[in-house]
Every structure is written in C-alpha cells, then in structure tokens.
Design a protein around this ligand. Sequence first.
Ligand code: ADP
Length: 379
Amino acid sequence: MALTGRGLLKEALRALEAEAAGGPRAALPPELLRLSDLLRRREEQLHPREEPERELLFAMPDAAGVVARDGTIRAANARLEALSPTGRAVGMTPLQVTRAADLAEAVKRALEGHAKRVELELPAPRRVYVALAQPLLRGEVLLILEDVSEARRAEQARRDFVANASHELRTPVAAIHGAAETLLLGALQDPAAARTFVEMIARQADRLGRLTRDLLDLSRIESGQWAMQPADVEVEQALRAAGDLLAPQAREKGVELRRAPAPGMTVRADPRALEQVLVNLLDNAVKYTPRGGAVTLSAAREEERVVLSVSDTGPGIERHHLERLFERFYRADAGRSRDQGGTGVGLAIVKHLVQAQRGEVGVESGAGGSRFWVRLPAA
Ligand code: ADP
C-alpha cells in the first residue's frame, strides 16, 4: 500500500534521525528533497546576509564551491556552475561536473583531510585549470579551479620562441665555425679558396647581426619598451624616405622601385616605427622579386584612415600560407628566405609595430605578385 503524506514524512524523519545517530545515509523520496530545496532557497532569500560563504564564493575570481561530506557540491559560484554540462553544479559531484577523474580523486583525498592540487585539462572549449581541494573545518572541502589557459599558452609561446631563436642562431654560427676551421686546416694557403671562405664568414656574420637586431627589436616591442610617440607624419615623405633606403638594394638587384604620389595625406604614427614597417615590407618585396620585376609604394585615403601599400611583381605567396605569414619565424618558402638572408621575423615586427599604433596590416597575393598593406589612422 502506498504511504500517505504523513506516513512518508514519519518514515523520512526516522531515517534521518538514524543517519544523524551514525546510521546509513537516509534515502529520501523526491518530494522531500524538493521540499528541502525549496525551504533552503526560501531561507536564503529571507536571510541573504547570513550567508557569508555564498558571498565569498561569488566574490572569487575563479570557479569555486564547497563539497559536502557526502562528496556532492553543496554551494557553487556561477563560474563553477558554468563548467557543468547541465549548467548546475550544486547537488552534483565534482566528477559529474568536470568528468575529470584526477579532480574526483583530489576531492576524495581532501575529504579525508589532505589538501590536494591538480592540473586538469577540460575539453570544448579546451581550458587548463589548476584545481585546489582544501579541507575545511567541518569536514567539507573548498574547491577552487583557477583557469591558467592563458598563462600556459604564453609559456608555450615563450618556449617555442627560445627553441626557434636558438635554431636560427645555430645555423650561421655553425657555418662560421666550419669556414674558419677549413681556413685553419689549410685553405688559408690557397688564396682563391681563402677568399671564398672569408666571404662566407662575412655573409654569415652579417646574417647573425641582422638576426640579433631583429630579435632585440621584437622583444623590445613585445615587452612594451618601445614607447610609441605618435606624431603627424606626411605619407609622401615617409614613402620617399623608405624608398631611398632601399634604392641601392633594388638597383643592385635590377628591380625597379616606383613611388605613386600621395599628395596631402598625413597619418598619425610613430615616425620611427612607420619607417621600420615600410623598410621591412620594401626589403621583402625587393628580396623576393626577381630581376626585371618592379616594386611599387602607394597610399590611398579611406575615410578616417590611410592605407599604405607595398606591391611587387614577385612570385606571390600560396593562399594557405597567408594566415600565418605574420607569425614570427613563419616562412612561406624557407629555402628562398634563407638564401636571401631572411630572419623570418620581419613581418612579425611589422605586425606588432602596426598594432601598437592602432593600425591593421594585411596581405593579398596571387600569381602576379603580392601586395602588403598597412592601415593607419589619418592625422
Ligand atoms: P623573412 O626574413 O624570411 O623574409 P618575414 O617575416 O619578413 O621573414 O617574411 C615571412 C615570409 O613571408 C618570408 O619567409 C617569405 O616566405 C614570405 N614573404 C614575405 N614578403 C614576401 C613577398 N613580398 N613576396 C613573397 N613572399 C614574401
């Protein structure tokens, strides 16, 4: 026979009293669980100020909650709730919320009285957390999940950078070493061979110099040490100055350097930074355009902005490279870049300098050549 409401209540009370006296965990019917939830919420609404714990949880910048002695989450802030597939964490176990067995184990250990710290990776969206399970006085556990994804990404980028930079530096050093050794082993006695090896040393030393200079520039820009000093810069003058710097290189290579007029245009930019941006783009254009080709500097007004372009009639860049071209050490054609003495960081410097001036940078490329552009605020 089904129990009446009163019978149900009596049974539940007996079971709860037995549990309080150390007996097994009372199994309560769903109506009573619902009732207790409603009463708890009403209590919370009536006496919100009596809940410093909730206030603390909500003030925390990380996902945080309290795990009750039975292993379920008794209180959670919005960040912890958001980690749960159902959007609710209260009443669930940490394992149900995160599906991370390591975390469940850490919480179990903390419920036994031992503070635990574990690192977890949660999928979709992939984030990395450092979780702390800290035993509290009443046998409960404070659970804090700090999102360290950004820090981990930055660490990885730093490690990649050091690895890439060392690799770049090692190559010319090894070449210089090899050439010097060959000279010492006898090539010095043969004037023609000696000249070849000394030239090789000079070329590689040059490359080392360029590399260290570029790397230092990049690090100064990234660490914010290169304080931008914006000024009104006349576009025509900036294009002329950059063109003059690259003219000897273009002449020697047999590449025609053209400059389209940009009368009356002025941009708001750090003059030194703008010069370096244009020089890096021009240097690439001259470097990658074969003899007989042409490189054009131009500018166009676009409402409140000015777009400066460096176009070439070079080999173009395959579409799938374009998205990553401005990453440091990314090369579309590694062999050609190294042959030309490229460092692989010129475009990364360009991107950083332009972004530091609230500008944008981009590239379009096809079979007829490439066009690199920089969009800056008009003065
Ligand atoms: P690098 O020192 O190798 O030139 P950059 O960062 O300046 O390094 O350029 C990255 C890569 O982009 C180059 O290695 C090259 O493959 C490609 N690239 C840049 N500019 C041009 C261009 N004008 N024409 C063809 N490829 C280019």
